[in-house]
Design a protein around this ligand. Structure first.
Ligand code: FAD
Length: 232
């Protein structure tokens, strides 16, 4: 792996490259730039909305089975600094001013010559009444999992809305946190995008054997206090 030599004289000739997003893709791009020697030509700054540097989101659920944030990280803590790349975590870009060629965060304005958006995606939260209540959480980031763990401490029941791949990962995580867990799925089978009816039945058996209640063909209409579980 090459480490670029950045000195004051070549900095003047370097174009400013800003990467928005320090997820798996944004990090991979940085590695390619570093390894390919592009830092001779570019002064690179990366903005990450999350407070953690890039981590292996694909293996996020392992955070609930013993792995910590450091072991999921995609690089050593000093990788960016020693590579000559500026990493600004916990700083979301809130505006791109294309006329001025600036990105804007709540901490300032940063000029760019080239801009890459590697912002990934956000979980879709369906517009169900009650979806903004305490204890209604999404499953995408390390901070989300911290919130779920904290909410589970005082809870007995957990419900996952959505019986796709991530929903089932989340349900397994809730079981691991000792909650009575149910999955609510609109379609007639779990993982409707990936499996057919027969596969869906086998999957239901497997998921139920983990102690998760499977409710298919149910459209979630409201989220509210029930008899067995109450607003935290
Ligand atoms: C639990 C779980 C399991 C998964 N399992 C698999 C799997 O088995 N196989 C598979 O292929 N995929 C899986 N995925 C999907 C995979 O994680 C994503 O496809 C991958 O993370 C996409 O990488 P990305 O860098 O494009 O986006 P992300 O990893 O989402 O990273 C984007 C980053 O940009 C940041 N960002 C967004 N907007 C801004 C802004 N305005 N300013 C600054 N930063 C910003 C975000 O906070 C985020 O950190 C899984 C996802 C989850 C949540």
């Amino acid at each position: 792996m090459s480490t670029p030599t950045v000195n004051a004289s070549n900095m003047a000739n370097q174009a400013k490259l800003i990467i928005i997003g320090n997820g798996m893709v944004g990090h991979h791009l940085v590695e390619q730039l570093v390894d390919g020697g592009a830092l001779e030509h570019y002064q690179v700054t990366v903005f990450g909305e999350e407070r953690h540097r890039a981590y292996d989101r694909v293996h996020l659920s392992e955070y609930f089975s013993g792995r910590d944030a450091e072991s999921l990280a995609l690089c050593e803590p000093d990788y960016y600094a020693t590579s000559g790349v500026t990493l600004r975590t916990g700083e979301a870009v809130i505006e791109i001013d294309r006329d001025a060629q600036d990105v804007v965060t709540d901490q300032g304005r940063y000029p760019y010559d080239k801009l890459v958006l590697a912002t990934g995606s956000y979980p879709f939260v369906p517009p169900i009444p009650g979806n903004d209540r305490d204890g209604c959480l999404v499953y995408r980031t390390l901070d989300d999992l911290d919130d779920i763990r904290a909410a589970a401490e005082n809870a007995t029941n957990g419900v996952v809305v959505g019986g796709g791949l991530l929903g089932l990962e989340a349900a397994n995580a809730l079981r691991g946190l000792n909650l009575d867990t149910a999955v609510v799925e609109f379609a007639s089978r779990l993982m409707p995008m990936q499996v057919d009816n027969e596969g869906g039945e086998l999957l239901r058996e497997k998921i139920e054997s983990l102690g998760v209640q499977v409710l298919t063909e149910r459209a979630t209409q409201r989220i509210e206090d029930g008899d067995a579980s109450h607003h935290l």
